[in-house]
Design a protein around this ligand. Structure first.
Ligand SMILES: Cc1cc2nc3c(=O)[nH]c(=O)nc-3n(C[C@H](O)[C@H](O)[C@H](O)COP(=O)(O)OP(=O)(O)OC[C@H]3O[C@@H](n4cnc5c(N)ncnc54)[C@H](O)[C@@H]3O)c2cc1C
Length: 453
């Protein structure tokens, strides 16, 4: 019997499992393996905080590309007034994932055998016509097709913070359960990074009654833009044909500015232009050579991120209020060195545009720099092992892993591994847009089709 094993049951692994269960009509054995024990949650939807809100409106959060209102229908069973443009809690989205997985298991065709395992996969070996998975309790599992859906890596410690690694006042991974509980309400806290992770942490601190000063620091101090209140459905502008042709990066940037300018004259918002780019972003990314990709990542990515990955309006409003009261300050600058001292964490900071360095002290430091993409430095035995053995390879820009168009992972020589697939934000290496639900659900549906073909 065909056996497919999915490693990881966050968003990607769960949605793939649902698609396989719904669409398999012959004999199939499906194993879903997750180390955390909580299926269908993952990092994003495993949060317990009601302040952690989806940053995509409900109407675009269905698991199924061909049934766009599925999430909204689920939401309306509990919140009859839920509107398409509402930004709902992320933990509620986890309930939705769990519900749809349960339903798919119950409704699977006869002959489809599903099992879930609460184990970490620590090693994967090639057995010729199949792969063997080694689990952390020493058991093995053989499978013809294995999908790596292990998600984002934990944030890495930025170089200058290395001396703080053993200091309990430095929170390297703010997503560790209960990480913020150790912070007293009057502590001064540095939030390193000014993106959506910083927003999540500032709000979680506020929820636990924090009164101490918060400083958010990043090189440019760019804050994520806010979504509009999506009560009105925008009509997306049509992109001109020549915009989709191959262009150098600088041409594309000026062309995008012209489009936004034109859209504003036609009564659109800049957000509509960014939304119109979304379906063609992989095509635009694939049209860039490595030099332009590198230039984009060095110079433009911070601007892209804050315009593309926006905050839900209620989140942005709370952050604005925190800034207005002076509790949260946002500054542009760089940490050059860090030390642990009795009185707190001491940092040498160079403000943007300044030539001298100032010493600042904080009671706690939260690393809000976002997931690491550097496989060589992460503490993940499975992927590190595969990389060291040359079974998989990182892309040239260090964004993720190289795959072919059928989601097969490529080995160190660029050869396709016929048994090993990838479904994760690490697909950004070839698609750039592989971060959020609207893209990942399409990849999941396509991969399920290929696996069952
Ligand atoms: C904080 C946050 C908020 C987000 N908010 C939104 C949003 O509002 N809207 C949106 O569209 N997108 C959002 N995203 C983006 C997107 O939805 C996620 O990145 C997506 O959930 C990725 O899913 P994943 O399955 O790849 O990873 P994850 O959901 O993290 O799941 C990976 C799973 O694999 C398991 N695992 C890892 N290694 C192993 C191993 N060796 N063996 C067994 N199991 C393993 C982990 O325990 C985990 O459960 C958000 C992302 C984050 C991080």
């Amino acid at each position: 019997m065909e056996h497919i094993a999915i490693i990881g049951s966050g968003f990607c692994g769960t949605v793939l499992a649902i698609q396989l269960l719904r669409n398999a009509n012959g004999p199939l054995r499906l194993s879903l393996i997750n180390r955390s024990g909580r299926l269908a949650r993952g990092l994003a939807y495993g949060t317990h905080s009601a302040s952690h809100i989806l940053n995509v409106p409900a109407e675009r959060m269905s698991l199924f590309p061909d049934r766009p209102s599925d999430f909204l229908e689920f939401a309306r069973q509990q919140m009859p007034d839920a509107r398409p443009g509402d930004f709902l809690p992320r933990r509620f989205y986890g309930d939705y994932l769990q519900d749809r997985l349960g339903r798919a298991i119950a409704e699977a065709a006869p002959g489809v055998r599903f099992s879930s395992l609460c184990q970490q996969v620590v090693e994967l070996t090639d057995q010729g016509d199949h792969l063997r998975l080694m689990l952390d309790d020493g058991q093995t599992l053989d499978s013809y097709k294995v999908v790596i859906a292990t998600g984002n890596f934990a944030p890495a410690t930025p170089g200058p913070l290395t001396p703080l690694e053993q200091d309990p006042r430095y929170l390297r991974d703010p997503w560790t359960a209960g990480a913020l509980e150790a912070i007293p309400t009057d502590a001064s806290v540095l939030l390193l990074g000014t993106g959506l992770t910083m927003y999540d942490m500032a709000l979680a601190l506020q929820d636990q009654g924090h009164r101490g000063a918060l400083l958010a620091l990043s090189r440019r101090a760019l804050l994520p833009q806010a979504h509009r209140d999506n009560a009105h459905h925008p009509v997306l502008p049509k992109l001109p044909e020549d915009f989709l042709h191959d262009m150098r990066l600088t041409q594309r940037l000026s062309s995008l500015r012209a489009l936004i300018h034109q859209a504003a004259q036609d009564g659109h918002d800049w957000r509509d232009v960014i939304a119109a780019l979304r379906p063609v972003t992989p095509q635009l990314w694939q049209g860039l050579d490595e030099v332009d990709r590198g230039r984009f990542l060095r110079h433009l990515q911070p601007y892209w991120d804050v315009h593309r990955h926006r905050a839900a309006p209620p989140v942005a409003q709370r952050i604005n209020k925190l800034c207005a009261t002076g509790q949260l300050r946002v500054q542009a600058g760089r940490v050059l060195a860090a030390r642990s001292s009795q009185g707190g964490i001491e940092l040498d900071v160079r403000r943007r545009g300044a030539s001298e360095t100032v010493v600042e002290r904080f009671d706690f430091l939260i690393n809000c720099t976002g997931p690491s993409t550097n496989l060589r430095t992460v503490d993940e035995p499975l992927l590190r092992g595969l990389l060291e053995q040359g079974v998989i390879r990182q892309d040239k820009q260090g964004l993720g892993l190289d795959t072919d168009a059928g989601f097969h992972l490529l080995d160190a020589q660029g050869a396709v591994n016929p048994h090993l697939y990838l479904l994760s934000p690490m697909l950004r290496a070839s698609h750039w847009e592989a971060t959020a639900v609207p893209e990942l659900r399409v990849h999941a549906a396509r991969l399920a089709e290929l696996l069952l073909a």
